[in-house]
Design a protein around this ligand. Structure first.
Ligand SMILES: [Zn+2]
Length: 279
């Protein structure tokens, strides 16, 4: 059981929400939110474990949570999508549980309505295409399928920032005095900024994973690059879960193994600055 269930950590903001709920007499509602978020996160974590991923811990946030995955690993796109969808899927069956609980004396229509509202709010909010919500992560995976790794990361975060801006404007118009909205808005804004800052580190990890030889590539990308292009610029054109073949423009016989090049680069075997010098 301990192997199946990862460690569960509660984010300080969630403690704040729990404390606020207790002080304002909304303890029941806070407990419900806690259970809904926990089951949602277990959906992610257990699906990830099912695929053999190394889930380090689950962090619970007031509007969802994060299943923290070993970042040295890379996974097929279909697994990433299924793990992401497995969270919101729990919020699809949870209302049925609430209906069933109506047969018990401690669960009346008030509890049911509150549960229903909280569950649906979490479900809809979590599907917004904003990082680090599930919708935002899903957008990121879809972008990784289409764009090179680094570009996909940047586009997903830019898209998230724009979507968050829209969310902020709508919140301002509809609920200008909702403290909860502004706590969540600030939290997400900080999360996007922090993620943007670590893109270079994530990119190095991505290259290391590509060159580790442990991956089974699902696609082959053929890239044509100018000979004077810097190696680091060439690597920035690499895609996730892909093997790469490089060809220098104007030199028809110049085919290079893209992954081998990364390996040589990290080993220090390739001192060259530009791609032509590697021929
Ligand atoms: Zn989720």
């Amino acid at each position: 059981m301990t192997k199946l269930l990862p460690k569960i950590k509660i984010h300080p903001v969630f403690w704040l929400v729990i404390a606020a709920g207790t002080l304002t007499g909304h303890l029941w509602g806070t407990v419900m939110a806690f259970v809904i978020v926990l089951i949602h996160e277990l959906g992610h974590a257990l699906t990830a474990r099912l695929f053999g991923w190394n889930v380090l811990e689950i962090e619970l946030l007031p509007f969802g949570g994060v299943a923290k995955i070993d970042e040295r690993e890379t996974h097929p796109f279909y697994q990433e999508c299924l793990v992401l969808i497995a969270g919101p899927l729990q919020n699809v069956w949870l209302p049925l549980l609430s209906y069933a609980l109506l047969n018990f004396p401690f669960w009346g229509m008030n509890e049911h309505n509150l549960f229903f509202m909280q569950n649906n709010a979490l479900l809809l909010f979590n599907l917004l295409p904003i990082w680090p919500l599930d919708g935002g992560r899903l957008t990121h995976v879809l972008m990784e399928m289409v764009y090179p790794y680094k570009l996909a990361y940047r586009r997903a975060l830019c898209f998230s920032a724009i979507a968050l801006g829209l969310f902020g404007v709508i919140s301002l118009l509809l609920y200008p005095f909702s403290i909860n909205s502004w706590i969540i808005f600030s939290f997400i804004l900080v999360a996007i900024y922090k993620e943007w800052r670590v893109i270079p580190l994530r990119f190095i990890r991505f290259l290391l994973a590509l060159s580790s030889g442990k991956q089974r590539f699902v696609r082959l990308k053929k890239l044509s690059v100018p000979g004077e292009m810097l190696l680091t610029e060439v690597f920035a054109m690499y895609y996730k879960n892909a093997d790469h073949r490089l060809r220098i423009i104007g030199e028809p016989k110049s085919e290079l193994d893209g992954i081998g090049l990364v390996r040589d680069y990290f080993k220090g075997d390739c001192e060259a600055a530009t791609i032509r010098e590697c021929l």
